[in-house]
Ligand binder design. Structure first.
Ligand SMILES: [Zn+2]
Ligand SMILES: [Zn+2]
Length: 352
């Protein structure tokens, strides 16, 4: 229940475009059938939000381009009201929200991969997201948070942790592997943590010493600054000329995408997860002759969240270490400006 029935308005962020940020008042939404109303506790800012900030969204359809959708696709909070027909959630439940909306009927929706649905829409791009005091979400998009997990950790555990967990699961990362991670922003940092949890030896590659230092604190066994040394030579030196077993590019940078293909041994495995519009590769040399496996990976199927959350808790992953800045919603303009200027790593809106 909402305490104090006189509260009917909430604050929410809007990006009218061209790097403008407004915090506006809206009526608190009412959950319809199958929906829940969530009182927001933590909502993480993501690099993909910047495309909305600039008015040129990388995700979503026409609605995302209108500048009238509340952003925030990495939210966590407490359910305060449930709509008709919701029987598995109750007020007081702590939840994170899965970002993909689908038809609910096709094989992808039914198997938990709503992002492949033909009717895919993205929360925070096509539908109102979590950068608001309250949000309405379908109950089927809610993911229960274990008691041991903070709301901040839960928000970050959706996109950043979930994406890197799912990619490493698909690559079969284990203690047998030397894994190279390119790009040590929040995604790469999450990748280091997960790889260490899985027992791999991790080589972290970036151009910024500060990020590499964080990677080291998160458990990276080796750090390589691409501005100072030849990245491939260094990786082959570390692996005694053998090459890495696996690599993940989180940067979307063409050089790093190519280095990821070049640094792995024959039969190596590579994942590209950094968003990138185009790049040039050499198929014969880079993957045909070496018989490597290259995957693209994005987000995770919703049923995997329980496994992800349990992994975080069991392995005591220091998820909140990825968060360098916490802001109040009223500080949204500053928050997005600092994030855009890359003066923060993971930044999260927090309440209370
Ligand atoms: Zn995101
Ligand atoms: Zn569907």
């Amino acid at each position: 229940m909402i305490t104090g029935e006189w509260i009917t308005k909430m604050k929410a962020v809007i990006f009218p475009g061209d790097k403008k940020v407004e915090v506006r008042e809206y009526p608190i939404p009412t959950p319809g059938p199958g929906e829940v109303l969530i009182k927001m506790k933590a909502s993480a800012i993501c690099r993909s939000d910047m495309s909305l900030y600039y008015g040129d969204p990388v995700v979503g359809g026409e609605k995302a381009k209108t500048g009238s959708i509340i952003p925030g696709h990495e939210p966590a909070g407490e359910i305060v009201q449930v709509g008709e027909g919701v029987h598995s959630y109750y007020p007081g439940d702590r939840v994170a929200v899965y970002l993909a909306l689908g038809c609910g009927e096709c094989s992808y929706c039914k198997s938990g991969y709503k992002m492949f649905c033909k009717e895919f829409q993205c929360i925070g791009f096509d539908a109102h997201g979590g950068d608001a005091d309250y949000m309405v979400a379908p109950a089927e998009n809610c993911m229960k948070i274990p008691d041991e997990m903070s709301f901040v950790a839960a928000a970050v555990s959706t996109d950043a942790i979930g994406t890197l967990y799912h990619a490493q699961k698909r690559l079969g990362i284990s203690g047998r592997d030397v894994l190279v991670i390119f790009g040590l922003g929040p995604m790469g940092g999450a990748g280091v943590m997960i790889a260490k949890g899985l027992g791999a030896t991790v080589i972290a590659v970036d151009m910024l010493d500060e990020r590499l230092q964080v990677a080291k604190e998160l458990g990276a066994d080796y750090i390589v600054n691409g501005k100072k040394v030849n990245v491939l030579e260094e990786i082959f030196r570390i692996t005694n000329g053998r090459g890495a077993d696996a690599a993940i590019d989180c940067s979307g940078n063409a050089q790093a995408e190519n280095n990821a293909l070049d640094c792995v041994r024959p039969h190596g495995r590579v994942a590209w997860i950094g968003e990138s519009k185009s790049t040039t590769i050499k198929p014969s040399d880079q993957f045909i002759r070496k018989q490597i496996t290259v995957i693209g990976s994005w987000y995770f199927p919703i049923h995997e969240y329980e496994e992800i959350a349990q992994f975080i808790i069991r392995k005591k992953l220091p998820v909140e270490k990825l968060v360098t800045h916490r802001f109040k919603l009223e500080e949204a303009e500053t928050a997005f400006r600092l994030f855009d200027e890359r003066k923060t790593e993971k930044a999260v809106f927090v309440w209370e």
